[in-house]
Design a protein around this ligand. Sequence first.
Ligand code: SF4
Length: 381
Amino acid sequence: QCIAVCPTGALTELDQVDKVWKALNDPNQFVVVQTAPAVRVALGEGFGLEPGTIVTGKMVAALRRLGFDRVFDTDFAADLTIMEEATELVHRIKHGGRLPLLTSCCPAWVKFFEHQFPDLLDIPSTCKSPHEMLGVLIKSYYAKTLGIDPKTITVVSVMPCVAKKYEAARPELSQGAETADVDIVITTRELARMIREASIHFDHLKDQEFDHPLGESTGASVIFGATGGVLEAALRTAYEVLTGETLEKVEFEALRGMDGIKEAVIPIAERDYRIAVIHGLGNARTVLERIQAGETNYDVIEIMACPGGCIGGGGQPYHHGNMDIISARAGAIYCEDRSKPLRKSHENPAIIGLYKDYLGEPYGERAHQLLHTCYTARKKI
Ligand code: SF4
């Protein structure tokens, strides 16, 4: 097994490539892969391409060539996360719930607050992270659509992240279900290695599209990969839900950039929303200690453990802290967002169809059962 050091200092990397090959070679398994937003702007570096080269179409083609039965996009579930998280925020505000709401899609950050701030476990959003949401939908909604026993489905997530390997094994996520939401997690680096092992000429591949319906996404989901992206995406939806008006300018520049702690006050529907965006756990500790001391009045805070967010994740091609590389990947993320015909999560037709046909209301009973989780107070270390 190959062990590499995580930049968060909290985790080691477990090589799971052999498990993926085994699943792909098992004729009794239906093997579904999903890829996180940040993977498509860094995978090309594993094949000598410049940082920030967008290789979405080649990545999808390579995954099909490797033998996956379906190639889905975690971006679809990022749109779903926005539907749930924005509704959760509105619900807390309307019903006097505790604020600030903290984003919960970074498992390194989740583990950190469970150990370091167990008295604040009621403030993070209860939303599962996007790849876990997609995993549970593949094994419920999609399995039912295809008439397949979920136990014969293997879900593989390709992530920019080593902490997602630990996250997939958290018992809080599958909560008594017969199978885990996600079975195997590999990193961007591990996927590059699989493509090389299969002797696929990556740069010669013709672009292909994700499978439908769990491969459809908007620009809002793509920006999840960069620091500030989750809240920018949430604001695009929250604004239109709260005001009933169309948001013309979808870019929230105050939430972008590489400052460790960014703050903004955004007026929506006669209320000022106080927002913070944090990357790096040292910065998170600073702000959480201020929350404990009652010194802040934020409504919502995005926290990501890695520098620049997931584009700088521990499973990406090594960047050795070079912020030029991370900025190039961020530039590619925003370019991909601009290229999308739809840029707001609630406009994703596949998401609208999913709620209509299967989930019911955002933040409703079935959504809670499948898409939300809980946290555990752990020993301070
Ligand atoms: Fe993983 Fe880092 Fe992204 Fe957190 S910020 S989800 S640790 S890649």
